[in-house]
Design a protein around this ligand. Structure first.
Ligand code: ADP
Length: 648
């Protein structure tokens, strides 16, 4: 602002060409807007202090032309314009013009022109000038920023939009407009989803948005189906958030959506692949189960009759050797089939664990007995076997899967025997807090540290050459690992080459109290005059069972179909002491038959004959009332022991 003195001086110099009413003149001096009076010829005759200050005090305004003050289009005829104004004609009263400050410097201003009569009744033009350069700069900044923002939201590969409370678009980026088949996002403004999408989809979006508006809670990553302008089905993961004004009131929603069509399609393919894999897996398992049954059945016959033949031969008969050969090869084949089936079941998560109460010491003694027999039979006189069972029988009664524990220990003991030329094999268990640690420790060939890492991987053998010294498939340890894990434990090994190895596994120790009924006291009771019903479809297997049972003076009745079976139970003059039931008999329908038997005679024990200890059918049958089961090929002694135990 010029000082009062400056203003006075300027007024003297610059207002002498026009005679103004003194009051008007004083008024013009104080107003904070630039006032310039021009003659009808567009020559400046007066400029108030504000105007002089605006143009700079060095600029001599009086006598300047209108076009010296402002940048105007060359096409405008200023003189004609002024004539129109002074004669009261029509013209645009207010205009935005650039004010020339210097040769190269100009600022924005709003300029109004109006006619005025001087004190001496001269027609002149009053030009009011308002400096809006700051406002204009601000506007330019806003425009620049909006432009940047638009650039940004258009370059992001996401649908970005803002809608008002009624669902009308207030803003949308190019991705939204492209999806809707509209060239320019501006065309969406004021429209709603109902103008572009199928009604059902638009309604769904609208409902979601109304929920956000009504609750004030954002919806994050909701999966939306969208039909694009080409009628393609696409999928978006969209987040919708409430849009608030300065007072915190919800006035609409902001949304951002990411195209996830590719991901959804991949998921679909994956699901399909998973389904196919599961299906293939089921088929594979069914095939393996069938195969196992088909191979086991004749093998059971071979082994059973060989066992029987062996028992019936005189001690010194040379044929013993050949029968032993059949027996050992048959067992080897059976072992191999079991291993392959076990590994495939572990792989597909279909191997089940059946836990029950049992006396661990008894299981360990059975193993000790079997392996001492094997050592004797194979003339391995330079190997000594020792068993450690630190708990008494009562404390060694645990809740776990006895058959699986036996299987793991058998694998480890087989290896210990296989890889120990001479020395000792210690096996047993120790209690370690809430865990029980089983071990098999040998003084055999040992394992190199490098090989230890991969020893539990399937098919891994330290010596994998075709001419290797030791037999085996490389499956035993990986099956053992799988089984230990299913039992909730871990397996490991410590070994030193040429000194020996100690394999161990640790499982939870779940001690249980045995009731007298559960206490498995081996019975010496004779089976004479006991009456058994045997259900077995396979003639060979049935014949073998019959022979074993006859040897023990048991009266055996065969049931060939459901009718004869129930007839035998219902009408046989003698009490039925036990039912030996092969669960794969054609007509046997599992639970229903067992329940029916129990409804006729609840006390009759049912001993199941099964192919493998983990068959899911066993669980069903046991739950329905069966008492125990035995796995084929049947160990003659075990069968008799089980029958005795159940009949007792
Ligand atoms: P295999 O049927 O070959 O014995 P395993 O999985 O049981 O299969 O064992 C894998 C390999 O681990 C064996 O081939 C052998 O090289 C090594 N191994 C296992 N147990 C012992 C042991 N007690 N002493 C030395 N090496 C062993």
């Amino acid at each position: 602002m010029p000082s009062k003195k400056d203003s006075e001086d300027l007024k003297d110099v610059q207002s002498n060409n026009v005679s103004l009413n003194p009051t008007v003149s004083e008024l013009l001096d104080v107003v904070s807007i630039g006032m310039v009076i021009l003659s009808s010829e567009a020559v400046v005759v007066y400029a108030n202090p504000h105007a002089r200050n605006l143009f700079g005090i060095n600029k001599n305004l009086i006598g300047s032309m209108f076009e010296d003050l402002f940048l105007i289009e060359p096409l405008i005829d200023v003189k004609k314009l002024f004539k129109t104004i002074v004669s009261g004609g029509s013209f645009q009263k207010q205009q935005m013009l650039r004010i020339k400050l210097d040769e190269d410097v100009s600022i924005w201003g709003i300029v109004s022109l109006s006619s005025l009569k001087t004190f001496s009744s001269e027609e002149v033009v009053l030009c009011q000038i308002k400096n809006i350069s700051e406002l204009k700069e601000f506007e330019e900044t806003i425009t620049r920023q909006s432009h940047l923002l638009l650039e940004l939201i258009n370059s992001l590969p996401n649908n970005i939009f803002i809608k008002d409370k009624e669902g009308k678009f207030l803003l949308a980026n190019v991705w939204v407009s492209r999806l809707m088949g509209v060239e320019n996002p501006q065309e969406l403004l004021g429209k709603t989803d109902f103008d572009f999408h199928p009604k059902k989809l638009a309604h769904k979006y609208y409902q979601d948005e109304q929920e956000v508006i009504n609750t004030g809670k954002a919806k994050i990553n909701i999966i939306e189906q969208v039909v694009d302008s080409h009628n393609n089905r696409t999928w978006y993961s969209t987040s919708k958030l409430p849009l608030k004004n300065n007072h915190g009131e919800i006035v609409g929603i902001m949304g951002i959506g990411r195209d996830i069509t590719k991901w959804v399609k991949e998921q679909k393919t994956l699901r399909k692949a998973k389904y196919m894999a599961e299906r293939a897996d089921q088929l594979k398992s069914a095939f393996l189960a069938n195969l196992s049954h088909e191979i086991r059945t004749p093998l059971n016959g071979i082994l059973g009759f060989s066992q029987f033949l062996k028992q019936s031969l005189p001690q010194k008969d040379k044929n013993h050797k050949y029968i032993d050969f059949i027996l050992s090869n048959g067992k080897h084949l059976l072992h191999l089939i079991s291993d392959i089936i076990d590994i495939s079941k572990i792989d597909s998560g279909q191997l089940n664990i059946y836990k029950k109460n049992f006396v661990l010491n008894e299981l360990m003694s059975q193993l000790e007995y079997s392996y001492k027999e094997i050592i004797k039979q194979k003339d391995l006189n330079n190997i000594q076997l020792f068993l450690e069972t630190p708990l008494n029988d009562k404390k060694s009664t645990i809740f776990s899967d006895d058959l699986r524990i036996k299987q793991i220990l058998t694998n480890l003991l087989n290896n210990a025997l296989k890889f120990t030329q001479g020395g000792t094999i210690h096996f047993g268990y120790r209690l370690e807090g809430k865990f029980i640690r089983f071990f098999v420790k040998d003084t055999g060939i040992g394992i190199l540290p490098d090989n230890i890492k991969s020893i539990f991987k399937r098919f891994h053998q330290v010596d994998s050459s075709l001419t290797r010294k030791y037999e085996g498939t490389g499956l035993g340890l990986s099956i053992s690992k799988g089984l230990v894990e299913l039992l909730g434990g871990t397996i490991g090994v410590m070994s030193e080459v040429n000194k020996g190895s100690e394999f161990y596994f640790i499982i939870p120790y779940k001690k249980v109290k045995l009731t007298t009924k559960e206490s498995p006291v081996p019975s010496e009771k004779s089976l004479s005059d006991k009456h058994l019903i045997v259900v077995h479809d396979n003639n060979q297997s049935y014949d073998l069972l019959e022979i074993i049972l006859f040897q023990n003076n048991v009266e055996v009745m065969r049931a060939r179909n459901q009718n004869s079976f129930f007839e035998l139970i219902l009408s046989h003059p003698k009490k039925i002491d036990l039912i030996l039931l092969n669960i794969y008999a054609q007509w046997f329908d599992g639970c229903a038959s067992i329940q029916k038997i129990k409804s006729i005679d609840v006390r009759v024990p049912i001993l199941l004959i099964v192919d493998a200890a983990d068959d899911t059918k066993i669980e069903e049958c046991m739950a329905a009332g069966a008492n125990d089961y035995i796995v084929e090929p049947i160990n003659h002694d075990l069968l008799i022991a089980k029958i005795k135990k159940l009949i007792q």
